[in-house]
Design a protein around this ligand. Structure first.
Ligand SMILES: [Zn+2]
Length: 613
């Protein structure tokens, strides 16, 4: 039962014999800084600000005169600066994401936000002046001295037509702090501090958001239904807050698009993700053409659940016939490390190191950010992961997923990628993680003894695939429809946004699922719609899902010889565009035929599942 799992995770705190497990499930952030004293942290943040000012003094108004060597010096100075203060920034932000109710975490998070804003303001000139320099001397991009930064400079050149003057950029940073950034923070803080009352085994329990969503995957159908009903009914009550936040962030984006001369609301994200419109159009068209494949899976799942039709609370639910297997933290570690080790010994050792050095926060607690993430730690050649681990098979998959991000970080560190080349656009950023899920599937399937176990594994994988490729596509259609509505002069109040969400959702699901009425409020809790200056968060996940399923097909065809190719792709960081990376593997991602390969791989898993019937 989901409930007993949650309770057991809680009691770990009080049982002596298990206190070791609790420690293992809490990350050790102290490795990020030399000194964890609050005053030392704050001092370091102050130095971070003054050092940025020093870079400003040295280079402001001088970048236009730099030659290739001078430019190399600037880029290396900037990279060294990032590495020096990365740890302290992560320390403050990660501590807050693990417990936003802690006073210390609140203070440090506030301090890091203020310091980063000052740094951004001091260094805003670099990209602007660099843009100006490259606009004047585009040949610098190809200068052999700057080989390591070639694609980095190409990407800046692409942003040049949309840059504003330094004064304007500084004003934007300043007004965003208490504008869209504050709306984003309100949505996230409001959500993570909500509690929900729900009846479990005759008793009323009050659960934080991060815990009650664990019930969505409970084997008890009625409990799943009540959990969904409770959460979305309560979230809907605050629809004025959510709608105000989403409206402010979207309308601000529309204004910014005009100011920056972006032809469409998606352009900024296309540039950030290093992809082009043709590729994304081809991807989304493939999805629209393939909704029947997803709907076929949903019907298959209904059959496995002995239902006429799925309800929304069955979408990611375990099968009723499935074994009630719950995973202890240690077991999860064995499976996930083993999955990576079977593919590649080195990757397995990196994953194991993540556990060994306590870089994963798995405990559930109030005030902890919902969902899961992985933060690369460049200076430490490692990463940190946050997740809420309740022992479900889905949590094991999340762990394999986030550790795939960590593997990606290790691979880039090993290749010696500079900070400028380290952050990968979201389309490629999910390659290691989704590939890891497929490796976990392979391992679990090979160990499965019964057809019920196989069904549980394949439905977990295909549920995830369906969510990432199709449900997430609904979010892309939804976001697009909000911008279309704003353009038509519509006011986005809660009910209007809800109608747009339902329309986008139905485009994907047709009539294959029964939705609770309150599910119209599903958009309220999706942090992605509220992220300031980061619009269209979602399509890269659709991209990644089909991209990796297609890569996996290649692995199955080529066997071991594929492994170094994947490692090369992961090691490349941002030195090549997704289009280039794919073409090195023989694919053209502007063509629908490529994306259909990913769909075909999913269909193959569906056939495996059908065979278990
Ligand atoms: Zn991910």
């Amino acid at each position: 039962m989901a409930n007993s799992l949650i309770v057991s995770a809680k009691t770990l705190q009080s049982r002596d014999g298990l206190s070791m497990v609790k420690a293992e499930m809490n990350w050790d952030l102290s490795q990020l800084v030399e000194n964890t004293e609050q005053t030392a942290i704050q001092k370091k943040l102050e130095v971070m600000v003054t050092e940025a000012e020093r870079i400003r003094e040295k280079y402001h108004s001088k970048i236009h005169a730099l030659d290739a060597k001078g430019l190399l010096n600037l880029l290396e100075t900037k990279d060294a600066y990032v590495l020096r203060f990365e740890g302290v920034e992560m320390y403050c932000r990660l501590m807050y994401s693990a417990d936003s109710t802690s006073d210390l975490a609140k203070q440090l998070n506030d301090a890091v936000r203020r310091a980063s804003m000052k740094v951004d303001q001091s260094l805003a000139f670099v990209d602007i002046e660099l843009g100006g320099l490259l606009a004047d001397k585009p040949s610098l991009v190809k200068d052999p001295v700057l080989t390591e930064y070639k694609h980095y400079l190409e990407r800046i050149l692409r942003r040049v037509p949309h840059m504003l003057s330094e004064t304007e950029e500084r004003v934007i940073i300043t007004k965003d702090k208490n504008g869209i950034n504050a709306w984003e923070m309100l949505q996230s803080d409001w959500l993570s501090t909500r509690t929900f009352d729900i009846q479990i085994e005759g008793k009323t329990k009050t659960l934080p958001y991060g815990e009650i969503i664990g019930l969505y995957q409970s084997p008890d159908r009625d409990l799943r239904k009540r959990a969904n009903q409770t959460v979305y009914k309560d979230l809907g009550k605050d629809n004025i807050i959510w709608a105000s936040a989403i409206r402010a962030v979207c309308e601000d984006h529309v204004e910014i698009c005009t100011l920056r001369k972006y032809p469409t609301p998606m352009t900024q994200s296309l540039i950030a993700n290093d992809v082009d419109q043709q590729t994304i159009d081809s991807l989304m068209t493939t999805i629209q053409k393939s909704v029947s494949v997803y709907q076929r899976y949903l019907k298959l799942k209904a059959k496995l659940m002995r239902l006429k039709k799925l309800a929304n609370y069955d979408l990611v639910a375990p099968l009723p016939s499935g074994p009630e297997k719950s995973y202890a933290w240690k077991e999860s570690r064995i499976e996930v490390v083993g999955a990576y080790r079977q593919f590649d010994e080195e990757m397995g050792s990196w994953v194991d190191e993540m556990f060994e050095r306590r870089h994963i926060d798995g405990e559930t607690r109030k005030g902890k950010t919902s969902g899961a993430f992985c933060s690369s730690w460049m200076a430490g050649k490692s990463a940190y992961i946050l997740q809420s681990f309740n022992g479900r098979i889905g949590n094991v998959y999340t762990q394999a997923h986030e550790l795939g991000h960590a593997v990606h970080a290790y691979q880039r560190s090993k290749a010696g990628q500079k900070p400028s080349n380290f952050p990968v656009g979201s389309c490629i950023a999910e390659t290691g993680s989704i590939f890891g899920e497929l490796l976990l599937t392979e391992r679990l399937l090979s160990k499965a003894k019964t057809r019920e176990e196989k069904q549980a594994i394949l439905t977990t994988l295909l549920d995830e695939f369906g969510m990432a490729a199709f449900q997430v596509s609904a979010r892309v259609f939804f976001e697009q429809s909000m911008y279309d509505s704003i353009k038509q002069g519509k006011f986005l109040d809660g009910e209007t946004v809800a109608r747009l969400w339902v329309a986008a959702r139905d485009k994907v699901y047709g009539d294959s699922v029964d939705w609770l009425d309150v599910m119209k409020w599903e958009w309220t809790m999706k942090v992605h719609y509220y992220i300031a200056n980061y619009r269209f968060y979602n399509y890269p996940y659709v991209f990644a899902q089909l991209f990796v399923f297609a890569l996996y097909r290649l692995y199955k065809e080529q066997g071991k010889s594929f492994i170094p190719k994947l490692k090369t792709l992961l090691a490349a960081g941002a030195t090549k565009s997704p289009r280039e990376l794919a073409s090195e593997l023989g694919f053209d991602i502007t063509k629908g035929t490529f994306w259909e390969k990913g769909i075909a791989q999913a269909q193959e898993f569906m056939v495996m599942l059908e065979k278990t019937l």
